[in-house]
Design a protein around this ligand. Structure first.
Ligand code: HMG
Ligand code: MG
Length: 313
C-alpha cells in the first residue's frame, strides 16, 4: 500500500475476557524516543511530532526533559519545544531530575512533570549520578514542591525487571520506590522495563506485589521495551492484572543514553493494534500515529515499527 492510498485499517475486534473497556496510551516518543539519538533532531521536527501525536488523539504526549544538557544534549532545547506546543501544556509532561530542573520547567510554563528513580543502585549512579536513596529523596522533594504549586506529577521507576549490572531485580526493591513516590503525591507510577527483559508472569507478580502494599492497578502504568520481543505479551499480562495505562513510543524509537541495552520502546502503533484487536477503546487514530511515527523513523534513518511496516509495505 502506498503512503498516499492510506486508509490503513484495523484488526477485527474480538473482546478478550476480563479486559478493560478503555486504556490510556501515554506517548513517550518525543522524549524517551529521542533522548538517546546522537544526531540532534531539529526543534521544529520535535514540535511537529508532538503536535501530530496529540492531533492523533493521544491524551498525553510527554514533550522533553529538563535534565542537564551536558548529560543529554539532544534535549537541550526543552524550553523551545514547550514554547512550540501552545498554551495548554497539561497534556505535555516533562521529565525533571532535580530542583534545578523543576525551576527550568516552571519557567518554561510546564504544568505536568515526571520524576524518575531507579529501582537499582547501579542505574541510579549511571543515570542520575547519585545513590538510589539520594535519587529517591530528590524525586520526593521535587514531587512535594511541584504538588504545592498545583502541578501534576508522574513517577517513573526504571530497571523494574532486570538491570544490566545487577541482574534480576527484587519485586520489593521496586515496590518500596513506588510506594514512596505515590505517598509524596505522584498520581501514578510508571514501572519501566528499561532493558526489555521482563516476561508475562513477572508482570503479574510485580502488580500483585504492589497490591500487597496497598497500591492499586490504577496507581500504576507499565512501560515496556521490546528488546526481547516480549513487550506486547507483557502488555497483555498487565491488562489481565488490571492495569489500564501503557507507555509507548511512536515508531518504536528510543532507549536510554545511560543503559546501552535499553533499545526499542514498545511502538505505539503495535500497542494500538493489540488494543484494537481486543476491542479496547483508546480514542487514538492509528493511521495518524503511523504517519507521525514514519516521519520520525525516516528522518532518523531507523526501521519502521512492525505495524507501520506491515501497513505501508
Ligand atoms: P550532575 O553532573 O551530578 O549535576 O548531574 P550537579 O548537581 O553536580 O551539577 C553540575 C552542573 O549541572 C551545574 O552547573 C548544575 O547547575 C547543572 P554548573 O554550576 O557546573 O554550571 N545542572 C543542571 N542544568 C540544567 N538542568 C538541570 C540541572 N541539574 C544540574 N536539571 C543530573 C546530575 C541529575 C543533573 C544528571 O545526572 C542528569 O541530568 N541526569 C539525567 C539523565 C537522563 O535524562 N537519563 C534518561 C532518563 S529516562 C529514564 O531514566 C528511564 C525512563 O525513560 C523509563 C524507562 O525507559 O525505563 C523514565
Ligand atoms: Mg523507555
Amino acid at each position: 500500500m502506498s503512503d498516499t492510498a492510506l486508509s490503513l485499517g484495523l484488526p477485527a475486534p474480538h473482546a478478550g475476557a476480563g479486559m478493560p473497556a478503555r486504556v490510556t496510551v501515554y506517548e513517550v516518543g518525543v522524549r524517551d524516543g529521542l533522548q538517546a539519538e546522537k544526531q540532534v533532531v531539529p526543534t521544529r521536527a520535535k514540535i511537529d511530532l508532538a503536535l501530530a501525536l496529540r492531533a492523533a488523539g493521544l491524551p498525553v504526549v510527554e514533550a522533553t526533559s529538563f535534565v542537564s544538557p551536558r548529560w543529554v544534549p539532544q534535549l537541550a532545547d526543552a524550553a523551545d519545544v514547550l514554547a512550540g506546543l501552545g498554551a495548554d501544556l497539561a497534556p505535555h509532561p516533562v521529565l525533571v531530575p532535580n530542583l534545578r530542573g523543576l525551576e527550568r520547567a516552571i519557567e518554561a510554563g510546564a504544568t505536568s512533570i515526571a520524576v524518575f528513580v531507579s529501582a537499582t543502585e547501579s542505574f541510579a549512579r549511571t543515570n542520575l549520578n547519585s545513590s538510589r536513596a539520594e535519587a529517591l529523596a530528590a524525586a520526593v522533594d521535587v514531587t512535594v514542591q511541584a504538588r504545592e504549586r498545583g502541578m501534576n506529577v508522574r513517577g517513573y521507576v526504571s530497571m523494574c525487571f532486570g538491570d544490566p549490572w545487577e541482574g534480576v531485580v527484587a519485586l520489593q526493591a521496586v515496590v518500596e520506590v513506588s510506594r514512596e513516590l505515590i505517598d509524596a503525591g505522584c498520581h501514578e507510577v510508571s514501572l519501566g522495563d528499561t532493558i526489555g527483559v521482563g516476561t508475562a508472569g513477572h508482570v503479574q507478580h510485580l502488580v500483585e506485589a504492589h497490591r500487597a502494599v496497598g497500591l492499586r492497578a490504577s496507581d500504576l502504568a507499565l512501560h515496556f521495551h521490546d528488546t526481547y520481543g516480549q513487550a506486547l505479551a507483557n502488555v497483555h499480562s498487565g491488562l489481565q492484572a488490571g492495569v489500564t495505562t501503557f507507555d509507548a513510543s511512536a515508531g518504536g524509537i528510543g532507549g536510554c543514553p545511560f543503559a546501552g541495552s535499553a533499545t526499542g520502546n514498545l511502538a505505539t502503533e503495535d500497542l494500538l493494534w493489540l488494543l484494537a484487536g481486543l476491542g479496547i477503546q483508546t480514542g487514538v487514530d492509528l493511521d495518524a500515529v503511523v504517519r507521525a511515527g514514519v516521519a520520525m523513523t525516516d528522518l532518523l534513518g531507523r526501521p519502521r515499527s512492525r505495524v507501520a511496516a506491515a501497513l505501508l509495505g
